[in-house]
Design a protein around this ligand. Structure first.
Ligand SMILES: Cc1cc2nc3c(=O)[nH]c(=O)nc-3n(C[C@H](O)[C@H](O)[C@H](O)COP(=O)(O)OP(=O)(O)OC[C@H]3O[C@@H](n4cnc5c(N)ncnc54)[C@H](O)[C@@H]3O)c2cc1C
Length: 375
C-alpha cells in the first residue's frame, strides 16, 4: 500500500507532533508515524520550562486541564547539605504519557493523518521526495520528510556522538507517603551522588517522577541493578531518600535510555531532511529544556517550510538559536560530574540552586528567538 502526502513526519513526540500541527493548520497534507500504539512512558524529568509552556499554549494544549502541577522551588542535596531557591521562571510538570498523547490528539484534530503502532524502518530519498517504509509494510511517499524520532536513531541515520556520551538516563514513577507528597509539593528535589544526579517532582494525580542520569561505569558498578543504584542514591542524598522512604513503585523496573549524545547540535541538513527535537540538538537533562528545544525546533521548521525555504536554512537557524545554551549546559553537566566524583558534592549542593538560578537565564532559548509572536 502506498500513500502520498505533502510531508511525512517520523516520530510523534513533542517535536514531531507540534511540527505536524503547525503544518496541518496551514493546510498542508501531513502524515505522522508514531511507533507506539497508545499512551506510553518516556525517560524524562517531565519538567516543563516557561518556554515549553508558552509553545504548548500556542498549540492549544492546556496543561493545567491535563493535571500539570506548578513547580516553583528547586532544592539540591548531597549528604547532610541541602540548599533551595525559587525558580526564576514559571514551570510545571506533567507526565509524558499524558502530554504526548494530548499533542498527538491535537495533531489528529488539526487534520494530520496519525499512523500508530508501526515504526518507520527505512527512510530514503526517491525522485521528487521521500519514501518511508513502515514495519507493517505500508509505504508513504512525501515531498518533504522530518525526522523526529527523539532518542531513537533510524537505521543508517545514527546521530554523531555529543560532547558527553557516557551517561544513562533512568526514570520511574512512585506513589509517595502522604507526608512526603505534601513536602514535595511545588518543588523539584535534586540529589547529587557520585556518578550522577537524580530529580524527584510531582506530576499529575499525586504521582512522583524520579528521573536520574548516571555514568555508565557507575551503573555497571551496581551490576546494572536498579535496586542497588537507588539505595546508593538515597544514601548519598538523604533528603531524597527520606521522600522516597516507603514509596510504592508504579513500574516493576525503570525505563532506561543509554548513549545519550549530550551536547550534540546538528549544524546543517545536507541531505534535505528536517531534523527536529533530540535529532537536532540534545541538552543535558538538568537544564529541563529538552522539550522547549523540541517545540522551538518544530515551530521554526514549520515557519521555515511554510515560508518556502529549505531544511538547510532551518537547521542552520536552529543551530544558531541553541548552540550557546546547549554548550553551556554541557559544560556545567561535565563540571557537575567531576566535582561530585571529587567529593566536592556538598559544596556543589550548597551553590547549585543559586548557580542554577543564575545560569537558567543563560540556558534558556534567547527570548528574541522565541517564535510565539508570529501567531
Ligand atoms: C534522563 C532525561 C531527563 C530529561 N528530563 C527532561 C525534563 O525534565 N524536561 C525537558 O524539557 N526535557 C527533558 N529531557 C529531554 C526530553 O525528554 C527530550 O528533549 C524530548 O523528549 C525530545 O522530544 P522529541 O520529540 O525530539 O523526541 P521524543 O520525545 O523522544 O519522541 C520521539 C518519538 O518518536 C517515536 N519513534 C522513535 N523511533 C520511531 C520510528 N522508527 N518510527 C516511528 N516512531 C518512532 C518514539 O516512540 C517517540 O514517541 C530529558 C531527557 C533525558 C534523557
Amino acid at each position: 500500500m502506498t500513500a502520498r502526502h505533502d510531508v511525512a513526519v517520523v516520530g510523534g513526540g513533542p517535536a514531531g507532533a507540534a511540527f505536524a500541527v503547525e503544518l496541518a493548520r496551514a493546510g498542508r497534507d501531513v502524515v505522522l508515524v508514531e511507533r507506539e500504539g497508545g499512551p506510553h512512558d518516556k525517560v524524562c524529568g517531565e519538567f516543563l520550562s516557561g518556554e515549553a509552556l508558552g509553545y504548548l499554549a500556542a498549540l492549544g494544549v492546556d496543561v493545567g486541564a491535563l493535571g500539570a502541577v506548578p513547580v516553583e522551588i528547586v532544592r539540591v542535596s548531597h549528604g547532610s547539605v541541602s540548599a533551595q531557591r525559587a525558580l526564576p521562571f514559571r514551570a510545571a510538570s506533567l507526565s509524558r504519557r499524558r502530554l504526548d498523547e494530548a499533542l498527538l490528539a491535537r495533531a489528529a484534530g488539526a487534520g494530520v493523518a496519525v499512523l500508530r503502532g508501526s515504526a518507520v524502518r527505512d527512510l530514503r530519498q526517491v525522485l521528487g521526495g521521500w519514501s518511508a517504509r513502515l514495519e507493517n509494510g505500508t509505504e508513504l511517499i512525501a515531498r518533504e520528510a522530518a525526522l523526529a524520532t527523539g532518542k531513537h536513531d533510524l537505521r543508517g541515520r545514527r546521530r554523531p556522538p555529543g560532547r558527553q556520551n557516557d551517561l544513562i538516563g533512568l526514570k520511574a514513577h512512585f506513589r509517595l507517603r502522604p507526608s512526603a507528597t505534601a513536602e514535595l509539593a511545588r518543588a523539584v528535589e535534586i540529589g547529587l551522588f557520585e556518578g550522577g544526579y537524580a530529580g524527584l517532582e510531582l506530576v499529575e494525580d499525586g504521582i512522583a517522577n524520579l528521573c536520574l542520569v548516571v555514568r555508565a561505569e557507575t551503573f555497571a558498578g551496581h551490576g546494572r541493578e536498579w535496586a542497588s543504584l537507588l539505595a546508593a542514591v538515597m544514601a548519598a542524598a538523604p533528603r531524597l531518600g527520606e521522600l522516597l522512604k516507603g514509596a510504592s513503585p508504579r513500574h516493576e523496573r525503570p525505563l532506561a535510555v543509554a548513549r545519550i549524545p549530550y551536547g550534540l547540535v546538528r549544524p546543517d541538513a545536507e541531505d534535505g531532511l528536517w531534523r527536529l527535537g533530540d535529532q537536532a540538538a540534545v541538552i543535558p537533562s538538568f537544564a529541563g529544556e529538552g522539550m522547549s528545544i523540541a517545540l522551538h525546533s518544530a515551530r521554526l521548521a514549520a515557519l521555515t517550510m511554510l515560508g518556502g525555504a529549505d531544511s538547510q536554512t532551518f537547521q542552520r537557524r536552529l543551530a544558531a538559536d541553541v548552540t550557546r545554551q546547549v554548550g553551556l549546559a554541557t559544560l556545567l553537566s561535565q563540571a557537575l560530574m567531576l566535582s561530585v566524583a571529587q567529593t566536592a558534592g556538598a559544596a556543589v549542593a550548597r551553590v547549585f540552586p543559586a548557580t542554577l538560578a543564575a545560569v537558567a537565564a543563560a540556558t534558556r532559548i534567547r527570548p528574541s528567538a522565541i517564535l510565539l509572536q508570529a501567531d
